[in-house]
Ligand binder design. Sequence first.
Ligand SMILES: Cc1cc2nc3c(=O)[nH]c(=O)nc-3n(C[C@H](O)[C@H](O)[C@H](O)COP(=O)(O)OP(=O)(O)OC[C@H]3O[C@@H](n4cnc5c(N)ncnc54)[C@H](O)[C@@H]3O)c2cc1C
Length: 372
Amino acid sequence: MKILIVGAGASGVVAAINYKRNHVNDDVLIIEHLDKPLKKLLATGNGRCNLGNANLDVNNYSNASFVKNILKEYNYESFFESISVKTKVIDGLVYPYSESALTVKNALLKEAAHLGVDIKLEEKLLDYKVGEKIEVTTSKSKYLVDRLYIATALKSSPNLGSDGSILSILEKHGYQIKNIYPALCPIEVNENTKLVDGIRNKSNVKIYQNGRVIFDENGEVLFKKNGLSGIVIFNASRVIASANKKVDKIVLDLLPNITQNEIENFCKLHSVNGFLQGFFNPKLGEYLRNRFTSDNRLIAAVKKLEFSFQDFYDFEFSQISVGGLNIDELKPSLESKKENGVFFIGEVLDIDGPCGGYNLTWAFASALYSTK
Ligand SMILES: Cc1cc2nc3c(=O)[nH]c(=O)nc-3n(C[C@H](O)[C@H](O)[C@H](O)COP(=O)(O)OP(=O)(O)OC[C@H]3O[C@@H](n4cnc5c(N)ncnc54)[C@H](O)[C@@H]3O)c2cc1C
């Protein structure tokens, strides 16, 4: 058998390793259009590679019931130990012991080379045709293979490889693609936030849709000159994307650990300006003062500061893409229902999770599951 995997990213390389381990006599080739494999992996977790989550809750994924079945069999420790990568848990997040993504990249490539996986760089998938065998056309060659794995991801961080070039191919093959949005990224808001650019504040963030709370999480918000960022906002962006951008408002509680009563009592004793001085970064205090001339409105707004969503930052600034290949197109094995021998793994599918190792977990687990 000949197997061709498109994309030497997180899912593609792990799929190659596992397929080769399970079918030693088959030929496994990866084509990658960049000049290096695993470029995105090196950037993950700020270079530390948050490769899993010790308290992973499957319900946090989109299409959770589909994911559940696949994650049931996945154990990050056993896979990473098998390539001699020791892991450790910091605040629930799983990292390589070295806290270096380079450790993971090197170990994956060493194992792939040891098993005889061939990786061809600077070669792009152009199209494929499914017949008795699958004829794959790339920018450099044609291949006849028995199985094709699409492991290209979608459109996020195109400088790290996922440039969306797979989408026109999938559309041509008649696949249903769910709307694709950048996610785990900063967002632009309609309000002017220039004054607080660069200021951080530990907040509670809620998102409302048709009057209902669809997101509620605490974390550090980083104000940008035209919007909001920080991990809590990254997670919020994913929820806004899943809601097709149709959200009423984003509401920040700037003092989640202080009650409205405590605020009012402090103001009585120290005045509103004293309160702003006592609790906030001076720039944020100035922003609040400028935005609300009335003291009463300002005091109320501190725990209910409203923003309206304008748009996401570009794909360039996003860690993942929400949407993608509709999972109804797949058998539970991740093989296409309509094209025999064509498999889809990783982020190209309409499956995504929040920050904290969820997306690499999906990439690795789907790769292992589809190559048993
Ligand atoms: C900056 C950043 C930080 C992140 N941090 C984390 C983290 O700490 N934890 C976490 O869980 N997730 C993190 N993520 C998300 C995670 O990296 C992705 O979800 C994951 O890499 C997806 O794996 P994949 O194999 O589907 O795609 P990728 O890893 O993107 O690999 C796809 C590969 O396919 C190649 N390719 C694309 N199209 C073609 C084509 N037509 N022909 C040939 N090759 C092609 C690309 O060049 C790329 O190498 C982060 C993402 C970014 C951008």
